[in-house]
Design a protein around this ligand. Structure first.
Ligand code: SF4
Ligand code: SF4
Length: 158
């Protein structure tokens, strides 16, 4: 994925948004340079190891948008022309037609995703933090249980 910067859509003098300038000049047709596909959440060590393998490849990232994980592959669409316009605009695929230039990744500041891995190291760091969080929660639960067990005696003594 590319660094996402907040942008203001340029406008024609009459106030209409000028998406052609936005998409071809300011953005550089980012959404025509990758595909992303939903993937099942990894749960087991083996599945996370598969993710590690995906991420070992150039141009691959994994991100979570809402509750859905996506595999992102940076790859330029063959219909994208040198001036960043679409070579088959009138017959472009549904996914391109449905894409909203007022709410695309170029218009949204970086950090929009809850989680994003661009390398095996990103994944390893995230898994490490997750493990630490689990340990901390388990410790808190144990301490909480111990306090609960002790509290009746405290009341008796008090
Ligand atoms: S729709 Fe958004 S991401 Fe796609 S080219 Fe236009 S500004 Fe860029
Ligand atoms: S078909 Fe056209 S709009 Fe769709 S990704 Fe390719 S160049 Fe972009």
């Amino acid at each position: 994925m590319y660094a996402r910067l907040p942008v203001v859509t340029p406008r024609f003098p009459d106030g209409r948004p000028d998406f052609l300038t936005q998409c071809t000049k300011l953005c550089g047709a980012r959404c025509c340079r990758y595909i992303s596909l939903p993937i099942p959440a990894a749960r087991t060590a083996e599945e996370f190891d598969d993710w590690r393998w995906y991420l070992a490849h150039e141009g691959i990232s994994i991100f979570k948008d809402g509750n859905t994980w996506h595999l992102c592959v940076e790859t330029r669409c063959g219909y994208l022309q040198a001036d960043n316009t679409c070579g088959i605009y009138e017959t472009r695929p549904r996914v391109c037609r449905d894409y909203d230039p007022t709410d695309c990744e170029f218009a949204v500041p970086d950090g929009e995703f809850d989680v994003e891995f661009k390398s095996p190291d990103d994944l390893a760091a995230w898994l490490g933090k997750k493990k630490e969080r689990r340990k901390l929660l388990a410790r808190r639960r144990r301490n909480g249980a111990a306090r609960t067990r002790r509290s009746p005696r405290r009341r008796l003594r008090g």
